[in-house]
Design a binder for this molecule. Structure first.
Ligand SMILES: Cc1cc2nc3c(=O)[nH]c(=O)nc-3n(C[C@H](O)[C@H](O)[C@H](O)COP(=O)(O)OP(=O)(O)OC[C@H]3O[C@@H](n4cnc5c(N)ncnc54)[C@H](O)[C@@H]3O)c2cc1C
Length: 366
């Protein structure tokens, strides 16, 4: 008898399952994957913005599923019934499961105090840094400005790694294309990269200045547009890089939830249901809240595989132990900033290291 395993989302941890599908199939699982045809890799977000070919920044999930004998459904997941054990998709389909795993990632945190998802600040056009594939449209927008000889007036909201990456690469791209630009970054904090060492944040600040980006600290955002008055220009575009929160499709699921996502035990099982797993940015590890970063999903993949096997074999499940610290490298267009706990390294070498790590990761799934 087979056990129907439904995987929702092809995030980092599920990529590992896809390439180990034969192990799961031998243990008696039939696998269905519910996911878009492409996975967009955030490690290459800045490269996508800078014009790297789309297929070097993403993976062909349809091909991966076919290669591993997995049924693949592309309609987005929208709801879950835990009593009848069905997932519901946007096109009206529903799929019965015995075991379910959710790896649907994250969306941008609303920057306003009220948590409204569509800010009403002025007349500017809004861009979100997630989903990553939208950065291709942002790049087209910059190309369009170049063709029309229009000045780019942009504000990036958020001084964390993704805001710094976006500001640096928008400025770098504009310079390359010869687009006149006024690109600013604003943050609610008193400094850039609040989780990085002070000296690393100062280095990042100097790089932004070198690229022509002015940044402004201590901007308190609210639902009003007053903060825009603190700028001495009126932006045409606002790029939201205000941090990550669990994907919107998770918000109303009938599972134990908190602000960080689906509450999971160290075994990666939902607190509420032993046959439902959640991993990556959509999950909230009850014992130790995790930062939203791809590396967590990468490390959870092998534990998830082991635990799905254990569930099938009736043996004890393993615990996921998050790393105390992990390497993160911020792509600042022509330099990188590598961060590892209180250690850091800024320069071209760090950027080369990032490109190498990211290429190696994608190669695993091509
Ligand atoms: C600009 C930027 C740069 C970043 N750079 C880095 C970096 O260098 N290193 C790092 O560790 N982190 C980085 N991050 C953070 C990183 O993006 C996330 O932490 C990471 O992608 C989370 O991985 P995940 O596997 O949980 O989800 P994702 O990688 O987001 O994968 C989730 C998948 O689920 C799919 N999905 C979503 N909704 C549905 C649905 N309803 N139905 C079916 N499928 C669905 C999505 O299409 C996606 O393929 C960056 C973030 C941003 C915004």
């Amino acid at each position: 008898m087979t056990t129907h395993l439904v995987l929702v989302g092809a995030g980092h941890a599920h990529l590992h399952l896809l390439t180990h599908a034969d192990t799961l199939q031998r243990a008696g699982y039939r696998i269905t994957l519910v996911a878009p045809t492409r996975f967009w890799y955030s490690g290459r977000a800045a490269r996508l913005l800078s014009g790297a070919p789309r297929d070097t920044c993403s993976l062909d999930i349809a091909a991966l599923a076919t290669r591993h004998g997995i049924e693949h459904v592309t309609a987005p997941f929208v709801a879950l019934d835990v009593h009848t054990k069905h997932v519901f998709l946007a096109d009206g389909q529903h799929i019965a499961f015995d075991v379910l795993s959710l790896n649907v990632g994250s969306d941008i945190v609303p920057p306003t105090a009220s948590g409204s998802t569509v800010p009403t600040w002025g007349d500017a056009r809004y861009w979100h840094v997630k989903p990553i594939e939208r950065l291709d449209a942002l790049r087209q927008h910059v190309l369009d400005a170049a063709q029309r000889h229009r000045v780019l007036r942009m504000v990036v909201v958020g001084g964390g790694p993704s805001g710094v990456e976006m500001a640096a690469n928008l400025a770098g791209l504009s310079q390359q294309l010869g687009v006149a630009n006024d690109i600013r970054l604003v943050t609610r904090h008193s400094r850039l990269l609040p989780a990085a060492p002070d000296a690393a944040a100062r280095w990042a600040s100097r790089q932004l200045t070198r690229l022509g980006v002015e940044w402004q600290p201590d901007i308190a955002f609210d639902d009003g547009a007053e903060w825009l008055d603190t700028l001495d220009f009126s932006p045409d575009d606002i790029v939201l890089a205000t941090g990550l929160r669990p994907a919107y499709c998770v918000a109303d699921l009938p599972l134990a939830l908190d602000d960080n996502g689906i509450r999971i035990k160290s075994t990666l099982q939902s607190e509420a249901h032993a046959t439902i797993f959640a991993v990556g940015d959509c999950a909230s590890l009850t014992d130790s809240p995790l930062p939203k970063r791809g590396v967590e999903g990468v490390r959870q993949g092998p534990v998830l595989l082991k635990n799905l096997m254990a569930l099938q074999n009736g043996t004890p499940l393993d615990a996921y132990h998050p790393p105390a610290t992990a390497l993160a490298i911020v792509d600042m267009h022509d330099r990188g900033l590598a961060l590892y706990g209180k250690h850091w390294l800024g320069g071209r070498l760090a950027l080369r290291l990032k490109r190498y790590i990211d290429r190696r990761f994608l190669r695993l799934y091509r």
